[in-house]
Write a protein that binds this ligand. Structure first.
Ligand code: M6R
Length: 312
């Protein structure tokens, strides 16, 4: 905690799902603790290093603790004399051994290649760290996380809903997830999960950016799944949904109950606005699961992928 407090800027270094969790963490470190935070793709950072602040702290997020791209950054920043913290699920492996500090996820062993519970644990641990650094605030994080746990459970109680969406909507070779604000970060993660296990070409997109080019790909029947969990962008995202619908898209809206409209297909009970990525991601993980199941693919071992990526 001291290392985070002393930093003038946090640099989150990660890949894939862990990087998407890092984007959500950025929001928390900035909004709760007021510390400017950057998120970097590890394989890019090492060869294209930006100007670094005077008192940085590097935070490595890695489920496996073995990702070679992230390790290459750790080696580099250690040579430069900068402090580091690893947030990982597997104690004692390279990234935690070589960093100055380690925070464990305690998510339990993740067996399937697709990272799911590690993502939610990474987001939750960053929330706890950001709240601790922030000190006394109006946020009662333990209470809010208990609400999150209940809401997650109620989402998984309705699996048939996600099964039906996978069957009825994901009938084409491609799909889009869209969202704004933190929903955009969840859209990135949802898209990665769907493509890696179902092989449906999926893009996670900032909802407002679609009209700047990518909307050209929308045609009759293209599935577009929108995430709506933030009041400030609720109407904007819904207007983007209308735009794609007008061009023939088959749209699904995942929304928080307080922001929902009658026609939304998936409505989730409310949680604290900073913690919505913990719940909105769950239906998207289940949709991916059922999409892969319907296609008859090996959900735990998708092609071309390994659980730990130990080569650069
Ligand atoms: O073990 P790590 O968290 O460092 O792994 C990073 C990525 O390789 C990993 O998150 C990958 O994107 C997952 N297969 C996604 O489900």
């Amino acid at each position: 905690m001291k290392a985070v407090k002393e930093a003038d800027r946090l640099y989150i270094i990660a890949a894939g799902t862990s990087m998407h969790a890092g984007f959500v963490g950025k929001q928390m470190f900035e909004q709760l603790a007021g510390i400017p935070t950057e998120v970097h793709i590890s394989s890019e950072f090492v060869y294209n290093t930006p100007v670094i602040s005077k008192k940085p702290l590097f935070i490595f997020i890695s489920q496996s603790g073995e990702t070679a791209d992230s390790r290459a950054v750790l080696v580099k920043i250690k040579q430069l004399g900068y402090p580091s913290l690893t947030i990982t699920n597997v104690p004692g492996l390279t990234l935690s051994r070589e960093a100055d500090h380690t925070l464990l996820l305690y998510a339990g062993p993740e067996i399937a290649v697709a990272s799911t519970k590690a993502y939610t644990a990474q987001v939750a641990v960053q929330a706890v760290l950001a709240a601790k650094v922030a000190g006394k605030t109006d946020l009662d994080l333990s209470r809010e996380l208990a609400i999150v746990a209940n809401v997650m459970e109620s989402i998984t109680d309705h699996k048939e809903q996600y099964d039906a969406i996978a069957k009825d909507y994901l009938t084409q070779r491609n799909c889009f997830y869209i969202g704004r604000h933190v929903d955009y970060y969840v859209a990135l993660e949802a898209a990665l999960k769907l493509k890696e296990i179902s092989y449906i070409q999926t893009e996670g997109f900032a909802a407002g950016e679609l009209k700047h080019g990518t909307i050209a790909l929308i045609e009759k029947g293209t599935p577009v799944i929108a995430i709506v969990s933030q009041e400030s962008v609720n109407l904007n995202t819904r207007s983007n949904v209308k735009e794609v619908k007008a061009r023939g898209a088959n749209t699904v809206i995942i929304s928080l109950r307080s922001l929902s409209s009658e026609t939304d297909q998936i409505v989730i009970d409310d949680v604290h606005p900073l913690l919505t990525p913990l719940v909105t991601v769950v239906p998207t993980q289940l949709i991916s699961y059922y999409a892969a199941l319907h296609r008859g693919f090996d959900i735990d071992k998708p092609r071309n992928l390994a659980k730990s990526v130990t080569v650069e």
